[in-house]
Design a binder for this molecule. Structure first.
Ligand code: SF4
Length: 361
């Protein structure tokens, strides 16, 4: 039993654009674009959709010069910190930094000659941007694999420490670390060990987790353990899906652990033989509507009034179905009856009112 770690608030604060990562319990949602980065129009459009969904930091792949050249224009047109993902090529890293990125993801141990590493670190220092070290179980260094035989949590942390050491030797400390694996037990163990070993902020993720359905379950299972232990300063859900879905899943996960301060919660019954309304359709419509509400209100949708208002006493607003109509209630008290046809519209109006009241507070 490892017990509570509570690493999150004890990490070193690192600035990423207008955000401070680490040093508190605030956890930021990150995602990555799937467009070709050199296609500025498509990339900016996707980032705007991600921003709208609640993404707070966005990463773009920078595999070539065309992508690096697109950075200044992308940066100009978006509103959240931009991260450049670079593998090996220090020239691309320098170009991305010069182009105005707010963070780069590059492993210093993979850059090559010392002068190249120094050039990247110097540029990052001058611009005040952090470097994320991204350890991946699938691409551990040969030396580590030879030592441990196969990817292990110890090997992953050792790899992270090797990269960290290179930066620390150059007096660079604005570091964020991720230790991703597609095997959730391996990822969890690696993050736990890292949290016990150093105080740099941790970016959480389960890599190659799968499609929207299976990847959501896998990510929630693995990252839930870490969030519950107070580990993680930024989070990305990697899905083979529209990245907007990654943000939605991350938001939901943070809500479950009480780590999202401005997101509503939906409570819905599983339905049973007592049901008199089309609850599944209603719940889905309301869930969709809540995506754009930025207030921590609880909305409850129950199929019938048997346990209805009583069960949802904790909810700020809710509906309990009856034959062809519903009881609209607020804080467990019935406020009026509404016909099934206008139930969703009425509920949306009440949600808007509550959200406005919250904003005025
Ligand atoms: Fe069944 Fe009513 Fe409970 Fe829903 S709220 S599961 S319809 S008893």
């Amino acid at each position: 039993m490892l017990g509570e770690i509570i690493h999150r608030s004890k990490t070193r604060p690192v600035r990423v654009g207008n955000l401070t990562i680490g040093g508190s319990n605030t956890l930021y949602i990150q995602s990555m674009t799937t467009t070709k980065t050199h296609d500025v129009e498509a990339t900016v459009k996707q980032i705007h959709r991600l921003e709208e969904a609640g993404c707070q930091i966005v990463r773009v792949a920078v595999p070539d010069e065309r992508a690096a050249n697109a950075i200044p224009e992308i940066k100009k047109r978006i509103h959240i910190p931009l991260v450049a993902d670079i593998h090996f090529d220090y020239k691309l890293a320098l170009k991305a930094i010069e182009g105005g990125v707010d963070k780069i993801r590059i492993n210093p141990g993979n850059i090559g000659k010392r002068e190249k590493v120094e050039a990247v670190v110097k540029a990052a220092k001058e611009r005040g941007i952090p470097i994320r070290i991204g350890v991946n179980a699938g691409s551990l260094e040969k030396r580590i694999l030879q030592k441990y035989g196969y990817p292990t949590a110890d090997g992953m942390v050792e790899s992270a420490l090797d990269h960290i050491r290179i930066l620390e030797e150059l007096d660079f400390h604005d570091i964020i670390v991720s230790l991703k694996a597609s095997d959730i037990r391996l990822a969890v163990e690696a993050y736990e060990k890292a949290a016990r070993t150093f105080d740099y902020p941790l970016h959480l993720g389960i890599t190659e987790s799968g499609t929207l359905f299976s990847g959501t379950i896998k990510s929630a299972a693995g990252l839930g353990i870490l969030l519950n232990k107070g580990i993680g300063n930024t989070i990305r859900i990697s899905l083979s899906a529209d990245p907007v879905e990654e943000v939605k899943v991350a938001k939901e996960l943070l809500k479950i652990f009480g780590l999202a301060s401005n997101a509503p919660t939906l409570i819905a019954c599983p339905t049973c033989g007592r049901i008199e309304i089309d609850l599944i359709k209603i719940a889905n419509e309301v869930e969709e509507y809540l995506q754009n509400i930025k207030a921590p209100i609880k909305v409850s949708i129950l199929g019938c009034a048997v346990n209805g208002p009583g069960e949802a006493r904790e909810a700020d607003i809710g509906i309990a179905g009856a034959r062809g109509e519903g009881l609209l209630f607020r804080k467990g008290k019935i406020i009026r009856k509404v016909p099934e046809e206008t139930m969703v519209e009425e509920l949306k109006k009440e949600i808007d009112k509550l959200a406005e009241e919250y904003m005025r507070k």
